[in-house]
Design a protein around this ligand. Structure first.
Ligand SMILES: NC(=O)c1ccc[n+]([C@@H]2O[C@H](COP(=O)([O-])OP(=O)(O)OC[C@H]3O[C@@H](n4cnc5c(N)ncnc54)[C@H](O)[C@@H]3O)[C@@H](O)[C@H]2O)c1
Ligand SMILES: CC[C@@H](O)/C=C/C=C\C[C@@H](O)/C=C/C=C/C=C\[C@@H](O)CCCC(=O)O
Length: 257
């Protein structure tokens, strides 16, 4: 069992929404340090300031970068180890929803998750001077089911699910003591979808109709599931579906051919 107490985490997309809630939750659980990595400087500084007010200045840092730039992302890992001397948890959570910018969305939602996972092995792995650890990738229910109004977004999230289930058992990860899991929430109470719709997302009208009346997850439904996955040392290659009013359940249990 890996307890949050005394652990150090990097959270991409940590300035807002699910990432911000994870940072707050980890700090509430006495994490030693949390690194929020985000492209949004203004929101990042605001979140940094409010988390410092709540939890004290020493346990929270903000690293501004675009997760698509692997060198800049790696800078956060190096800086984090320099600040805290350890790294235990990596949440590859940054994501966007924009069917008009297809390559950009795949680069942020999928490629950066893949690169972030291998950076986690490089900096947490037992064969690389670390103590091992856990990677939590933010997928979506749309990583498990198709969606005709969000095909590229769904492709990016299906990619995360396939990658997570596979890489978790890659020999290099197993021998380095690094577990990899993914969360697959339905709609969550953040600005991701409302702000995409406000900006005139593709199929805005149809998406609004589809979303009307759908139950919305609270941030704590997501953070509590993430913490359970982190703490459960047997969770590896797990893709956990999170729905309103239902216990989180594992879909596609990992089975190697
Ligand atoms: N909100 C939902 O309904 C929902 C449901 C299932 C899964 N998800 C997934 O969870 C993750 C977080 O979603 P959210 O709802 O908290 O979104 P959000 O928009 O509230 O927060 C996402 C954060 O990622 C940051 N970000 C975006 N592009 C970035 C980049 N290139 N480099 C660094 N940071 C970047 C944003 O600045 C923002 O702070 C996403 O991967 C999303 O796809 C969200
Ligand atoms: C799924 C949330 C987020 O990751 C992606 C949003 C992308 C586009 C917005 C909209 O088009 C997507 C709606 C997705 C709905 C998914 C599931 C529902 O059909 C059923 C949910 C019912 C339940 O909570 O069990």
């Amino acid at each position: 069992m890996l307890e949050m107490n005394g652990k150090v985490a990097i959270i991409t997309g940590g300035a807002d929404g699910i990432g911000e809630a994870l940072a707050d939750d980890f700090l509430n659980r006495q994490a030693k340090g949390v690194y929020i990595v985000d492209i949004n400087e203004k929101k990042g500084q605001e979140t940094l300031s409010s988390l410092k007010d709540k939890h004290g200045a020493g346990r929270i840092q903000f690293w501004k970068c675009d997760v698509r730039n692997t060198d800049e992302l790696e800078g956060a890992f190096k800086d984090c180890l320099g600040q805290y001397g350890q790294l235990d948890i990596v949440c590859n959570n940054a994501g966007i929803l924009n069917e008009y910018t297809r390559k950009l969305m795949i680069d942020i939602n999928l490629t950066a998750v893949i690169e972030g996972t291998y950076l986690a092995v490089k900096y947490m792995g037992t064969q690389n001077g670390g103590k091992g650890g856990v990677v939590v990738n933010s997928a979506s229910i749309l990583g498990l089911i198709p969606h005709n109004l969000s095909a590229v977004y769904a492709a990016s999230k299906h990619g995360i699910v396939g990658f997570t289930r596979s890489v978790a058992f890659e020999p290099d990860l197993v021998s380095n003591g690094v577990r990899v899991v993914a969360i697959c929430p339905t709609v969550v109470d953040t600005t991701l979808i409302p702000s995409a719709l406000e900006k005139g997302a593709k199929y805005t009208k149809e998406i609004k109709q589809g979303l009307a009346g759908l139950p919305v997850l609270k941030l704590r439904d997501v953070t509590s599931t993430v913490v359970r996955l982190i703490e459960d040392g047997s969770a590896n290659g797990t893709t956990r579906l999170i729905r309103v009013g239902q216990d989180p359940e594992d879909i596609c249990p990992p089975e190697l051919f």
